[in-house]
Design a protein around this ligand. Sequence first.
Ligand code: FAD
Length: 478
Amino acid sequence: MPGPGGSGLRAPGSGGTPTQAAPTILDVPPSGSTSAPRSRASASPGAGSSTDRTADVLVVGGGPAGSSCAFWLADAGWDVVVVEKKRFPREKTCGDGLTPRSVRQIEDMGLGAALSGAHRYDGLRSVAYGKVLELPWPEHPSFPSYGYVITRHDLDQLVAERATKAGATVLQGAEAVEAILDTPAASGAAAGTGRLPRCTGAVVRDTASGATTTVRARYVVLADGANSRLGRAMGTSRNRDWPLGLALRGYYRSPRHDDPFIESHLDIRDASGTVIPGYGWIFPMGDGRVNVGVGVLSAEGRWRGVNTSRLMDAFIAHAPASWGLSPETACGQPTGGKLPMGLAVAPRVGPTVLAVGDAAGSINPFNGEGIAYGYETGRLAASVLGRALAGEGDGALDDYERRLQDTYGLYYRVARDFVRLISHPRLMQVCVGTGMHSRSLMALLLRIMANLLRPEEIGAAEAIYGVLAAVAKVGPGT
Ligand SMILES: Cc1cc2nc3c(=O)[nH]c(=O)nc-3n(C[C@H](O)[C@H](O)[C@H](O)COP(=O)(O)OP(=O)(O)OC[C@H]3O[C@@H](n4cnc5c(N)ncnc54)[C@H](O)[C@@H]3O)c2cc1C
């Protein structure tokens, strides 16, 4: 695993054309005050105590984005406190699918071996209109050609423990209930400046005892997920003209629980039989169960009111019988959530605050993947905060937005255009129907949609993406 200086990993699928060199985003300047990471035990916030805690950085939320940010900062020797309102291990509604992009980040954090107990899979099986295509993950210079399926119950605990081991203090059962702002009146996107307000910590409530403490920090990271209550209180909002994902998932016992491919059905239908923009998935867990879900992409107001429970019932009823899905094999009631995507949530930067992961709307609109982008944006934030702490000061934080745009800006614009296109049922049908006739076309699309383009070379996928990006660039600019 790389040292505090980072791996120098380049961010594929970067904002420019595929041949444009992507920025190196990941160095976290080390803390001069310590030569080795400080080790602290994971703790509860201290029931009944009102003692202040101070830190270089306070991270609100211990999901993929928060824990990755905390790991990279702590690994570089900075004093980091994470507050997580739940206690690990905890459930999180998710498809539990890790693509090669996620695996790369997990391996970079030194957790490759820890994944060995999870179900490793080789690629994606696409199913639509009676056709089936098995598409192995492509070879790539920066990413492995395999993925994993692992419950968030287990995964998020692993990463939070890794951050703790690197020296971060992870306070569990600790909810940030109020941001400490320099001038409270300035909240609400800093009263129209398009920036988050200056924030120097949070009031933290022990969820067991109700006692509150304060954690004060030079910098604060909002990693509080899709609902992002603290973010909203500080003025973030989601651009409602941009696509939003809605998804529901449940676990089922299945004889094919260790299938080597994750499966995606691209022709899910509503009650009237109309094909819906989105997909149904069956992800083998390797532990006797499969994770089954439906996801809908809502754009320009279309499909916002779709009933995902009914879609799920229909999907279960029509899924291939070999999976053995039925109400009898269900392991419980399905649960759902929103997927803020395409960097739809803003502002993401203030003088002392950064928003990461779902709190920044960083999910990939092409495929609904958010774990990798949580890890990546958390790591990107860590690199910028490390620079700020190492001497550059608050100004370094402005670089976060620029790097987000360099890394994801144009790619997400292309993805948003794609989602708008397929939200028209007829166009969705034409796109999927055409794709399913050509294995090689679907393999190229998989590379584009999973953000596994090779920035240094022009293959067919890169060429297609280049055309789409050129079209997006001259489009209306949303
Ligand atoms: C149904 C569904 C299926 C999905 N499937 C996949 C998939 O298969 N693969 C994939 O890559 N992505 C998937 N996603 C997306 C993925 O789950 C998210 O993008 C990812 O969890 C984002 O990570 P995060 O750290 O930003 O937020 P979260 O994972 O939501 O973590 C936020 C954390 O902050 C904590 N928190 C919130 N508020 C506070 C507070 N005030 N104080 C303290 N703690 C707080 C929460 O308890 C939580 O632990 C799916 C999403 C849904 C809804």
